[in-house]
Design a protein around this ligand. Structure first.
Ligand SMILES: NC(=O)c1ccc[n+]([C@@H]2O[C@H](COP(=O)([O-])OP(=O)(O)OC[C@H]3O[C@@H](n4cnc5c(N)ncnc54)[C@H](O)[C@@H]3O)[C@@H](O)[C@H]2O)c1
Length: 102
């Protein structure tokens, strides 16, 4: 499958590494350019045992890439996972009413 993952933090980075290691073609998106650059350089943006190796192998094989913008890149994707942070309400609770801008 061709899989898109939005958000390359703790959840998204592990997701892209594991999904690509299973043979899927994965593209990750994040608004943070340093995380996108890390993935494209074959490095994990987070510290997680074993993830550096998975991401390095996937990036080298062409199974994994990352970008800051999704325009024109989703048409060929079979599924997209949204792994961005949950917005907070003024009282500190999770705000699931806020719209996500991708
Ligand atoms: N980390 C956990 O153990 C855990 C457990 C259960 C649920 N969750 C949920 O999973 C989600 C992700 O958690 P996390 O720990 O990976 O968060 P994180 O803060 O580590 O990563 C979120 C990433 O989303 C990116 N992002 C924000 N807005 C974006 C946008 N519009 N487009 C693309 N990228 C965007 C951020 O730059 C960041 O890199 C949250 O909703 C969290 O509540 C996390």
């Amino acid at each position: 499958m061709r899989i898109a993952v939005f958000g390359l933090g703790y959840v998204g980075s592990v997701a892209v590494g594991c999904l690509a290691s299973q043979g899927h073609s994965v593209i990750g998106f994040d608004i943070d350019e340093t995380k996108v650059a890390a993935i494209n350089a074959g490095n994990s943006p987070i510290i997680e045992p074993g993830l550096d190796r998975l991401i390095a192998e996937a990036a080298r094989s062409g199974k994994l890439s990352a970008a800051t913008g999704a325009e024109g890149k989703l048409d060929s994707c079979d599924i997209a996972f949204v792994c961005v942070g949950t917005p907070s309400a003024d009282d500190g609770q999770g705000n699931t009413q806020e719209r996500m801008i991708l």
